[in-house]
Write a protein that binds this ligand. Structure first.
Ligand SMILES: [Zn+2]
Length: 296
């Protein structure tokens, strides 16, 4: 795995299709030209790497992603794994934990050529996760498989929590199944809007995602900025990564959404106004992703 020097967004979807299960065409993010346009703006803001956490069952499309990468110069990392109920492919219910782990290991080690025709390797396991305040037996099975594959390959794992719930349980579960805390990112923790839970997760030594920035209908950005201030005060900012988790056509600017560049147009200026330093911004967007993804 490599990273280009520059900012890295740690939880995005270049293309995704959850429209079937959700029954909403908006959840098929497939506007290639507009995405390319938005990624060129990201490049201008200094973004050089994007971790695309779209996996099996979420409409992962590596050919599409490659086009976006080639046209924009942004290096895009691909994921393997399975999301959460009810978005699992049918075979997740019938295959064993070992077989699911083998699929992930194959995509990490041998690569995706056989499955997709593209000569790339999955870079991480994710996003896999849980529903609100619960982990179903099949989600647990995916966690078991992800832990096995992560232990065997050393791959980083990045999770989905629903509204920040079950983050503590996810971290405990993965650590108790042998995944190193520093190799874990617990996602969407900003949406918990609860500093006790956020610090409880951080104290386990894992990393967390403040990765729904700009989704102000779920959580105001003022909370995110204040939470980051408190985390910085406790010297735990090195365990946080940032992203926006764009998943819908209506999130893009051509549809009147906030667009992929919102983080740089609005949120970073907000942090700077609140007294954050450029060194702290660089820690969140450069150093932390690099350490988490590339430390041997
Ligand atoms: Zn998610």
């Amino acid at each position: 795995m490599r990273l280009t020097d520059g900012y890295t967004l740690m939880h995005e979807h270049v293309t995704i299709d959850l429209s079937g299960v959700k029954g909403d065409e908006d959840c098929r993010l497939d506007c290639l030209d507009e995405t390319i346009e938005e990624f060129r703006r990201l490049y201008a803001f200094g973004v050089r790497n994007i971790l695309d956490v779209t996996n099996l069952g979420m409409g992962r499309n590596v050919e599409y992603v490659r086009k976006v990468s080639e046209k924009t110069g942004i290096h895009i990392l691909t994921a393997t794994g399975f999301y959460k109920e009810p978005f699992f492919p049918d075979y997740v219910y019938t295959k064993s934990v070992q077989e699911l782990a083998q699929i992930m290991e194959m995509e990490l080690n041998a690569g995706l050529k056989e499955a997709t025709g593209c000569d790339i390797h999955a870079a991480v396991i994710g996003e896999f996760g849980t529903g609100k305040n619960r982990m179903t037996p099949t989600e647990k099975k995916v966690f078991d498989a992800a832990a096995i594959a992560a232990k065997k390959t050393g791959a980083r794992v990045t999770t989905h929590t629903t509204l920040g719930t079950f983050g503590e349980e996810q971290a405990d579960y993965l650590i108790s199944h042998g995944v190193k805390p520093e190799n874990i990112i617990i996602g969407h923790m900003d949406l918990s809007q609860n500093m006790d839970i956020i610090f409880s997760v951080l104290k386990k030594g894992v990393n967390i995602g403040f990765d729904t920035i700009g989704k102000t209908n779920y959580c105001p950005d003022a909370f995110r900025a204040e939470a980051l201030r408190q985390i910085a005060k406790k010297e735990m900012l090195s365990q946080v990564v940032l992203s926006m988790d764009i998943t819908r056509k209506s999130h893009l600017s051509y549809r009147g959404g906030i667009g992929y560049s919102y983080l740089f147009e609005k949120f970073i200026p907000l942090l700077l106004k609140e007294g954050f330093t450029q060194a702290q911004i660089d820690m969140l967007l450069k150093e932390n992703p690099r350490r988490i993804l590339l430390t041997p």
